[in-house]
Design a protein around this ligand. Sequence first.
Ligand SMILES: CC(C)(COP(=O)(O)OP(=O)(O)OC[C@H]1O[C@@H](n2cnc3c(N)ncnc32)[C@H](O)[C@@H]1OP(=O)(O)O)[C@@H](O)C(=O)NCCC(=O)NCCS
Length: 219
Amino acid sequence: MSAAAEGGDGFTAAASEGFPGRIAVLRRHGGDGRGRPHRSNEHEHGRAAARAALGLLGGPGLERVPIGADADGCPVWPAGVAGSISHSAPWAAAAAAWTRSGVRGVGVDVEVVRPRHAALWQRVVMPDDAQAAPPGAPAEYVATVCFALREAVYKCVFPVLRVPMDWPDARLATNWDVGSAGVVLDERLGCDGALAAEFRAHDGAVVALCWWTAGASRK
Ligand SMILES: CC(C)(COP(=O)(O)OP(=O)(O)OC[C@H]1O[C@@H](n2cnc3c(N)ncnc32)[C@H](O)[C@@H]1OP(=O)(O)O)[C@@H](O)C(=O)NCCC(=O)NCCS
C-alpha cells in the first residue's frame, strides 16, 4: 500500500498494483482536544473518508452521492461501486473500486495500535500468523495487524455473502516485509474467486485493505 499523497493528516493511495480502486485515510484534529473526534462524529468522519475515496475514483458527482446503510449496517455505495468504511479515532479510512474493474467486494479497517491489543492475540493470531510474524515484533503490533486484516476480510465479503464468520475462517499468508497477505476463506463460506489483502503501519495506526476479484460468487 504505497501512498500517492501523504502528510500528518493522513494519506491517499492506489493501494497497490493489484487493487484497482482508491483508498483515503484521514486524520481528524480537534474534537476532545486530544486529536480525537467526539464519538458521535466518527460516523461522519468515516463518510468524509468515503467521499474522499469516491472523489479519487472519479466519475461525475460521485463524491456527492449519499452513502446510506442497510439493515446489517453495511454502507450502501453508489451503483457500480464496491467499498468499505472504517473509523478509529483520530483516524477514518475508506476504500472504493468500480465493480466493472472486476472487484466484487472491498474491506478496510483502521486500528490505532494500543498496548491492550496484545490481549487480542488468543483470538486473532493463528499459529501460522505467529510463525510468519517478524521475530521480536511487539505483540500489540502483530495482534493489531492480524485483527485489522481479518476485520477487513470480513467487511469485504459479508456484504455479498451475508454469512457470519469466525476469526479462524480467514487463513492468511502474510508477507510482513512488504505488507501483503494472501487470503483463503473456509470452504463453508462458499466464496470462490480471489481475495488479497495489504496492510500498512502509519503514524501509530494500522490500515488493512482486502479486495475480492471477479469470478467470486456464492456456490
Ligand atoms: C461490523 C464490524 C466489522 C465493524 O467493525 P469495527 O472495527 O467495530 O468498526 P469500523 O470502524 O472498522 O467499521 C465500522 C463501519 O463498518 C461498516 N460496517 C458495519 N457493519 C458492516 C458489515 N456487516 N459488513 C461490512 N461493513 C460493515 C459501516 O460502514 C461502519 O461504519 P458506519 O456505521 O459509520 O457506517 C465489526 O463490529 C464486526 O462485527 N466484525 C466481525 C467480527 C468477525 O466476525 N470477525 C471474524 C472475521 S474473520
